[in-house]
Design a protein around this ligand. Structure first.
Ligand code: PLP
Length: 354
């Protein structure tokens, strides 16, 4: 049995930090959670989590949601009306991996913007706000992602976040942060959650990624916007009853799991240094600053899909993300020793693929 109480599976899973399993201590906290009916605001554990997040992010209101998709989409629903448009970097999760939800749920169109490793700066955004004229969708929300996921696993510098959100606000836009991995960004850059949240109208944060919870996200913002998001959560079917059981996991993670993220980042860099030594694989070490590592597979070794398949046969799982591009994600269920074993396998598979 592993520490999470599940049967050990004999592979090293670097597919995503979403594959983390709740630890026994987290399960114990869930078992002991005091609960009530959250839909009418009577779950004491959910209320405690929301209050903790208001404090942590320096915002007056918070709503506990089932998933990052739900909290992102509730934020859009709360801040847009049908026919509006959002601005987002081309690899943004909210636009690419949430099943077209902005269109389905809020009637919102998306303007994808090419940035730098998932991050936007003012130079990318100039000229992107539509004129207030009847032909055009109304540009309403500027969405950023921190850390970036598919874009490159990067954490924004605080001054860049300040510059970009100032740019948006000067043009009358609302600013939303998909902070699914905001604690990874804080760990990488040394700023606090409140330093970041103060720049945004709404921030969505996931507990089910590196923090190791089975589910759950939170959306923080001002009272009025969060009241609307709470309504969206109900419309989307996400208003739950005794959800204190899962909120207890989130509280446990906030109290106990944030410090571990630094270890995940060290493990990511440890893996990246080994990949850097392997002929046929290319990586930019300077870009590895969080728990997400991207590298390129030279075509002489076959396609990234084939490479991922061979790794899998040897007990290491990671995703091929686009032509020649691989992604490995470290997390609390992967130790430094497992990283070394995974690196040995990567080296062997690359050698045998030549
Ligand atoms: C950057 C980012 N935002 C949002 C989400 C959505 O989270 P969920 O899977 O809980 O809906 C993810 C999920 O991986 C993500 O990586």
């Amino acid at each position: 049995m592993s520490a999470s109480g599940s049967t050990d599976i004999d592979f090293i899973d670097l597919r995503s930090d979403t594959y983390t399993k709740p630890s026994l201590a987290m399960r114990q906290a869930m078992f002991e959670a005091e609960v009530g009916d959250d839909m009418v605001g009577e779950d004491p554990t959910v209320n405690r989590l929301e209050a903790m997040c208001c404090e942590l992010f320096g915002k007056p209101a918070a709503v506990f949601c089932c998933s990052g998709t739900q909290s992102n989409q509730a934020a859009l629903w709360a801040q847009c009306r049908s026919g509006d448009e959002i601005l987002i970097e081309q690899f943004g999760h909210l636009a690419n991996y949430e099943a077209g939800a902005p269109a389905v749920l809020s009637g919102v169109s998306i303007q994808l913007i090419s940035g730098d490793q998932g991050m936007l700066d003012v130079s990318h955004l100039e000229g992107r706000v539509r004129p207030r004229e009847q032909h055009f969708p109304q540009t309403k929300v500027l969405c950023l992602e921190n850390t970036t996921n598919i874009g490159g696993g990067r954490a924004y510098p605080l001054d860049q976040l300040q510059r970009v959100t100032d740019w948006g606000r000067d043009r009358g836009l609302r600013c939303h942060l998909d902070g699914a991995r905001i604690f990874n960004a804080c760990t990488a850059r040394g700023y606090s959650p409140a330093d970041v949240a103060t720049l945004f109208d709404t921030v969505s944060v996931c507990f089910s990624k590196g923090l190791g919870c089975p589910m759950g996200s939170i959306l923080v913002g001002d009272e009025e916007t969060i009241a609307m998001a709470r309504r969206a959560r109900k419309i989307f079917g996400g208003a739950l009853r005794q959800s204190g059981i899962v909120a207890a996991a989130a509280i446990y993670a906030l109290d106990n799991h944030i410090d571990q993220l630094a270890e995940d980042h060290r493990n990511a860099y440890r893996l990246a240094e080994r990949i850097d030594q392997v002929p046929g694989l290319r990586i930019h070490l300077a870009d590895v600053e969080t728990n997400i590592v991207f590298f390129q597979v030279d075509s002489t070794l076959g396609s990234a899909k084939e490479f991922a398949g061979r790794l899998r046969e040897q007990g290491v799982r990671m995703y091929d993300i686009g032509p020649g591009r691989m992604r490995a994600v470290t997390h609390r269920d992967v130790t430094a020793e497992m990283i070394d074993r995974a690196a040995d396998v990567i080296e062997k598979v690359a050698r045998e693929s030549c």
